[in-house]
Design a protein around this ligand. Sequence first.
Ligand code: PEP
Length: 250
Amino acid sequence: MAERRKFIAGNWKMHGLGSSVSEIGPIAAAADALDGVDVALCVPATLIHRAAKAAPTLSIGAQDCHQEDAGAHTGCISAAMLAEVGASLTIVGHSERRQDQHESDADIKAKAEAARAAGLSVILCCGETEAERDAGQAVSRVTDQIAASMPDGAAADWLTIAYEPIWAIGTGRVPGTDDVAEMHSAIRAKLRDLIGDEAEGIRILYGGSMNGGNAAELLAVGDVDGGLVGGASLSADKFVPIIEAAAKAS
Ligand code: PEP
């Protein structure tokens, strides 16, 4: 089986002013000190340059990019612009953007391909609503999203999948480990269908209310290769224990 290093990525969402950059130094120091785990922090676009300068050894990411290189798209930011200010990766397809900005699977595929073309790695998010889970449609919903948003040329050296049940994001609720195992295994199987052997190296993160108290249990589940962390990534005090749990789990 392909070696997959654990990967912990923080998502600051629309949080953080210049004063928050002071949190990044201790996060980078922990990431540097620990073996067996990759760490990234996806900050607001306004902080990418400062974050990258403050922590040159840490991967700094964006939370979205536009699918075109340039054009009449007021307020949007291209992948090349993000790369120029110091991003090395970007999230695409977060459920908050699917919902708030009405992003489709086709948009997300195009964004992932644009990010790759600009030299960025990609964390592609998927996840079901609570109603879909209650209706027994969680696995089909998520694997359909993956099939429809899989970028051309998907490869393990730049693409990561993040499974984020929408009802678990920011709620303090977390699925049972059996449900997480079932979903991650189904995602791996779908990746195999889509891209063959390359699927073995692609990391599949769990996201949704991960914290220092539950990270070890979640990271021990088969096919869970790391975590995408929102609220608990905003401070070093809360984020570093998750990074430590991932280093121990590797
Ligand atoms: C997220 O939004 O990607 C996320 C996982 O948020 P939280 O950890 O706050 O649930």
